[in-house]
Design a protein around this ligand. Structure first.
Ligand SMILES: O=c1ccn([C@H]2C[C@H](O)[C@@H](COP(=O)(O)OP(=O)(O)OP(=O)(O)O)O2)c(=O)[nH]1
Ligand SMILES: [Mg+2]
Length: 148
């Protein structure tokens, strides 16, 4: 399936790159930091990083905000709430909640790629309350009950 998603650059962010696929078949659009000055994340600290844009997705889509593996591997930088959820009806600025799990301070500079955004289809589900659930072999076994 292909979709059109509207994107709106917010005032003051004319210089910020639009989310961008870095290769033809990349799952994610890389997101660029719209910080107005350098932000230093000390080890163990988190920060809500603006991206300078807002979206309007059609019903039935969501966007997930995911870490970039390079930043995670090299610097311990990840998304605290990964995958972040952008609802189809959200019209505010998309933001990225980063946390520094590394040992060194990490500086985020304007227009640096900090995370990626993956669009997903979301089925429309209604919950139906019942008195008893259908039986399965697994039943209520979970959390490693099949072994390590
Ligand atoms: O990484 C994220 C996660 C969320 N959001 C925005 C878009 C999303 O639609 C909204 C709400 O997110 P979520 O439902 O995860 O947060 P909540 O704590 O449940 O807030 P709310 O009560 O506003 O739904 O915040 C972001 O910009 N970045
Ligand atoms: Mg919510």
């Amino acid at each position: 399936m292909s979709y059109y998603v509207e994107i709106n650059k917010l005032a003051g962010n004319e210089d910020i790159e639009l989310p961008c696929r870095m290769s033809e078949l990349a799952s994610g659009f890389d997101l660029y930091a719209a910080v107005t000055e350098d932000v230093v994340l000390e080890p163990g600290k988190r920060g809500l990083i603006p991206t300078g844009f807002a979206l309007a997705m059609p019903a039935g889509l969501e966007a997930q905000i995911r870490p970039r593996s390079g930043l995670a591997y090299k610097h311990g930088i990840t998304c605290l709430n990964t995958p972040g959820t952008i609802d189809a009806d959200y019209r505010g600025e998309v933001k990225v909640l980063l946390i520094n799990l590394g040992e060194e301070p990490f500086t985020i500079v304007r227009n640096e790629r900090i995370a990626q955004m993956v669009f997903q289809e979301v089925p429309r589900v209604e919950l139906k309350q019942v008195e008893e659930l259908s039986e399965t072999v697994r039943g209520s076994g979970g959390f490693g009950h099949t072994g390590r």
